[in-house]
Design a protein around this ligand. Structure first.
Ligand SMILES: Nc1nc2c(ncn2[C@@H]2O[C@H](COP(=O)(O)OP(=O)(O)OP(=O)(O)O)[C@@H](O)[C@H]2O)c(=O)[nH]1
Ligand SMILES: [Mg+2]
Length: 244
């Protein structure tokens, strides 16, 4: 439950996002109307990403040399001081202007997590393969863990710091995002979505390795599904919320 905003810690993983990072952090710095800190976790970029962030007075730069999206986020979150943590990519694809909307919704609904869903984006900017992959993963996730999410692969989330500290997360790469949702479903933490728009990547290369990530995400889901405790708790939580 998140009933008030003390501080928002925005955690941004970056790996060679020189062209887009400045606009992302600048928008957050200007638009986010709550007390905040912006933490960029860089994977030792070889373009100018690190230098751009370092030169800004309002961003904290952490270097995480180990490769992996999940590891970068874990490192950033360990250093976060806010009671709300926002995770978002630094590649200019997510509509970071919608950050206030997510926080407001979180407080209004007393939620543990708010995800920015890209599924109602009128521009349909998500690539076809990513869209299909996302749909398949999301259908399995909702079915296995008794949820009703539409975009489980969204990397733009506002999360209760207290809640995320209570769950154990081990996935070091892209499956981290799915593992988080499984653990939240298990603990009965409330997750809601807010529609947002999306842009296709205009700079640099995706770090998402589709095949590797797909295998890791499905392995994570099957492990969760086969774990009797997780399955039982998800069912119980579903019944509780359904008949509330
Ligand atoms: N520090 C760090 N950041 C990473 C790593 N891998 C990815 N990132 C960043 O994490 C964010 C998500 O990675 P993306 O490559 O955008 O993955 P994606 O959003 O699935 O792919 P696109 O559709 O191309 O945007 C981006 O801001 C990356 O720069 C990593 O190993 N270390
Ligand atoms: Mg991205």
């Amino acid at each position: 439950m998140t009933s008030k905003v003390e501080m928002v810690s925005v955690v941004i993983p970056t790996l060679n996002e020189e062209d887009k990072i400045l606009k992302a952090v600048y928008t957050i710095h200007n638009d986010l109307s709550y007390p905040k800190e912006i933490i960029v976790v860089d994977g030792n970029s070889t373009d100018g990403t690190k230098e751009i962030v370092q030169d800004l007075g309002y961003c904290k730069l952490i270097i995480e040399p180990r490769r992996g999206y999940g590891l970068a986020l874990m490192t950033g979150m360990k250093n976060a001081k806010g009671n709300i943590i926002v995770m978002v990519d630094g590649d200019g694809t997510y509509e970071v202007r919608h950050i206030n909307r997510m926080i407001t919704k979180m407080i209004e609904k007393d939620a543990d997590m708010v995800l920015a869903t890209r599924m109602y984006d009128p521009n349909k900017a998500m690539g076809l393969m990513n869209f299909i992959g996302n749909k398949v993963i999301t259908t399995f996730y909702d079915f296995f863990f008794s949820q009703f999410l539409s975009d489980t692969q969204s990397g733009f989330r506002a999360i209760s710091h207290e809640a995320i500290d209570k769950v154990e997360l081990n996935e070091g790469d892209m499956a981290y995002a799915t593992e988080m949702l499984i653990q939240f479903a298990k603990e009965g933490y409330s997750m809601i979505e807010v529609p947002t728009t999306y842009k296709t990547r205009k700079y640099g290369r995706p770090k998402l390795r589709r095949f590797k990530s797909g295998i890791e995400i499905f392995s994570t889901m099957f492990r969760g599904f086969l774990d009797a405790d997780t399955f039982r708790k998800c069912q119980e939580n579903w019944k509780k919320t359904r008949f509330r």
